[in-house]
Design a protein around this ligand. Structure first.
Ligand SMILES: O=C(O)CCC(=O)C(=O)O
Ligand SMILES: [Fe+2]
Length: 233
C-alpha cells in the first residue's frame, strides 16, 4: 500500500552512501520492472542458461546470465566457456540508454553529458530466498567506469563497504524493487555484497513474485578483443 501512494519514497530519500556511490530508491517504474522481467525470461531461455559461477570450486548461490560479455571468475569472454560454450546474447541498445540515464540521475548530470558512459556488458543475477553474495570488488573490468545496479523483486540486504578490505567500515542498506544504485569514482572498487534476501517483499505488480533480479551494467574496456589472461581479484 505504501508503494501505491509513494510515501515509501519519502522514508527512503536518494542518498550518496559514500563518495561516488548513490542510492536512488524507486527509480524504475512498475511498468519498466514488468517489462525488464519479461526480457529476463527471454535471456534465461538461452542460448546460455542461468548458472552459478564456480569460485575456487564452490558454486555461487546466485545464478547469473550475461549479455554482451560473459563473466566468469575472473575474466570476460564472448562465449560461455564454463557453461555450454555458446556465445552470449548481445548487449541491448535500450540498456545503453538505461545506463546513461542512470549515471545522469545518480550524479546530477544532463543525460547528454552522460553519453560518454558506454556499458558493454550486463551481469543479470537471480537470487532465490537462500542466495547470498559475499563481499567482493568488481574488478575484472579494465576502465574504472561506474557500475550501474538495478533491483527487481524481493528486497535484499546490501552491504556497501570500503575499498581496502571486506570488513568495517561498511553500511547495510536495503535495496528494494525498482531501486538504482550507482558506484563509481572513489567508490568504484568498494567491497560490497548481499547479506540476505527477504522473501515475500516483492511488490505484487513488479512482474516477479519470488526472488530477486539484479542487473549490473559495466564497461569492460575489452573492445573486440577478449582478455584471455585471468585478472587478479
Ligand atoms: O545483487 C546485487 O545487488 C549486487 C551484485 C554484485 O555485486 C555483482 O554482480 O557483482
Ligand atoms: Fe559486485
Amino acid at each position: 500500500m505504501s508503494a501505491l501512494f509513494g510515501d515509501d519514497l519519502l522514508e527512503r530519500p536518494r542518498r550518496e552512501v559514500a563518495p561516488g556511490a548513490v542510492h536512488v530508491p524507486g527509480w524504475l517504474t512498475l511498468e519498466q520492472q514488468v517489462w525488464i522481467v519479461e526480457r529476463f525470461r527471454e535471456w534465461t531461455a538461452g542460448p546460455v542458461p542461468l548458472r552459478g559461477a564456480k569460485i575456487r570450486g564452490h558454486e555461487m548461490s546466485v545464478k547469473t546470465v550475461c549479455l554482451g560479455w560473459h563473466w566468469q571468475p575472473y575474466k570476460y569472454t564472448r562465449e560461455a566457456t564454463d557453461v555450454n560454450g555458446q556465445r552470449v546474447l548481445p548487449f541491448p541498445d535500450w540498456m545503453l540508454r538505461v545506463g546513461r540515464q542512470a549515471v545522469a540521475e545518480a550524479y546530477g548530470l544532463d543525460v547528454s553529458a552522460a553519453d560518454l558512459y558506454t556499458p558493454d556488458t550486463a551481469l543479470v543475477n537471480f537470487y532465490d530466498a537462500g542466495a547470498r553474495m559475499g563481499m567482493h570488488q568488481d574488478r575484472d573490468e579494465v576502465p574504472l567506469e561506474p557500475v550501474v545496479s538495478l533491483s527487481i523483486g524481493d528486497s535484499c540486504g546490501f552491504r556497501f563497504g570500503n575499498t581496502e578490505n571486506r570488513g568495517r567500515p561498511y553500511e547495510d542498506l536495503a535495496l528494494e524493487s525498482g531501486d538504482l544504485f550507482v558506484f563509481g569514482g572513489p567508490s568504484r572498487l568498494a567491497f560490497h555484497g548481499i547479506t540476505k534476501v527477504v522473501p515475500g517483499t516483492a511488490p505484487a505488480a513488479c512482474g516477479i513474485q519470488n526472488g530477486r533480479i539484479n542487473i549490473t551494467l559495466r564497461v569492460t574496456g575489452l573492445g573486440d578483443t577478449e582478455r584471455r589472461e585471468p585478472g587478479k581479484r
